[in-house]
Design a protein around this ligand. Structure first.
Ligand SMILES: N[C@@H](CCC(=O)N[C@@H](CS)C(=O)NCC(=O)O)C(=O)O
Length: 212
């Protein structure tokens, strides 16, 4: 088993933290990022989807998409459960996981990719075609993250963890997305005390540091 990885990338951290929360050793890691924050050409030849993370399984399958890789581990190693047991729990966890990804992680990625000098003509991942940066997306991404924080705050004011009473993959994606937002200068607002309480709590888990 091998994980094709970019250590800084929030989507790769989602997988690393998930595996560590399963009390598993990380798979062999191959770092596939080269100079200029570009994926190595030999990796793109191997995986034309041109994104990380990607897991090569013991069965010889190649699985991309962080949540698909997490699903693979959840099915193979069901305990501890991180994706829900009942229908309601599964739906609720997926809902909050997806919100963290769409609104916080993608919102931040829009800010990062459309402003960073290494991403000129690389406005989107997943292709070697030239995709120009669009400066207007910086403000749009900031607005998306700014609107996400109060939604999460409302949820965390009434719940210990992102999807309810117990830790789940929704907390993992939320932490990875939020640390990306913080790194891109979109910290937790002062108006979000429950989110700050959660952030401190989730950071006490050993996997929060081990996955960085
Ligand atoms: N939907 C994918 C997104 C993966 C993605 O965007 N990966 C980024 C790193 S976080 C990437 O591969 N970037 C390569 C590049 O920028 O060239 C997932 O959830 O895994």
């Amino acid at each position: 088993m091998k994980l094709y990885n970019w250590q800084f990338a929030p989507n790769c951290r989602r997988v690393r933290m998930f595996v560590l929360e399963k009390n598993l050793d990380l798979p062999a890691i191959e770092e596939v990022i080269g100079s200029g924050l570009r994926l190595l050409p030999e990796y793109i030849d191997r995986w034309p989807h041109a994104m990380v993370p990607m897991l090569e399984t013991d069965e010889g399958a190649s699985i991309g998409e962080a949540m698909a890789i997490c699903r693979y581990f959840e099915e193979r190693f069901p305990e501890p459960n991180l994706m829900g047991r009942t229908a309601v729990e599964k739906g609720t966890i997926e809902m909050w996981e997806r919100r963290a990804y769409d609104e916080c992680l993608i919102g931040t990625a829009e800010v990062f990719r459309n402003s960073h000098p290494e991403f000129v003509d690389r406005g989107l991942p997943g292709t070697t075609a030239k995709v120009p940066q669009i400066p207007a997306l910086i403000e749009r991404g900031k607005g998306r993250v700014a609107r996400y924080y109060p939604k999460l705050e409302t949820q965390l004011a009434d719940n210990e963890w992102v999807a309810g009473a117990r830790f789940s993959v929704a907390d993992i994606t939320t932490l990875c997305a939020m640390d990306f937002a913080i790194a891109v200068d979109m910290p937790i607002p002062d108006t979000c005390p429950a989110t700050r309480r959660w952030y401190e709590q989730v950071n006490q888990r050993p996997t929060a540091k081990q996955s960085v």
